[in-house]
Write a protein that binds this ligand. Sequence first.
Ligand SMILES: CC(C)(COP(=O)(O)OP(=O)(O)OC[C@H]1O[C@@H](n2cnc3c(N)ncnc32)[C@H](O)[C@@H]1OP(=O)(O)O)[C@@H](O)C(=O)NCCC(=O)NCCS
Length: 153
Amino acid sequence: MEVEFRIISYCTKEWKEAVKLREAILRKPMGSKFTGKELEEEENMVQVVGFQKRKIVASAVLVPLHPRLKMQRVVVQENLRNHDIGSRMMAFCELYARKEGFRSIFCHARQSAIKFYQKNGYLEEGDHFDEDGVPHVKMVKSLQKTTQTLRKE
Ligand SMILES: CC(C)(COP(=O)(O)OP(=O)(O)OC[C@H]1O[C@@H](n2cnc3c(N)ncnc32)[C@H](O)[C@@H]1OP(=O)(O)O)[C@@H](O)C(=O)NCCC(=O)NCCS
């Protein structure tokens, strides 16, 4: 499944297409939309999208909170799921985070997506909580080398 990941700019035609995809997957089923404030705040965030030919089929939003990077609004178009697109997008985000010197990535994972994040090396941290009416848990991936890894090198 050929998907090319890129970082796009805020408020462009591509950004609007990505917002539509995120809204359809994350908000519409709950009968809600992104608020104007939520979308305005995206100006200071990093927009990651996956293109299949010229269509956006995956997206994630990264929030720089040095030394940590928060990852949110992670989606893959429904009919393309379970083809590793989400995991490849995680790898792209991780590469970005390492290049920019972040020490860890974290997200508030929907309970339904815990398995997906575990598969990609994230660990649960703390208690489960409610966010936008959906049960979530914080999941974290450290980007620092462990002493064990360093010894092996
Ligand atoms: C989570 C999501 C981005 C994963 O994308 P994807 O391209 O299907 O991911 P991959 O193909 O790399 O990995 C799929 C794996 O995650 C698991 N998974 C993903 N979503 C799941 C869900 N809702 N329930 C259970 N398992 C899920 C699959 O079982 C699969 O595991 P396996 O490889 O061991 O079989 C996609 O399912 C999605 O857009 N879900 C709806 C939005 C959402 O919940 N986003 C996360 C918000 S925190």
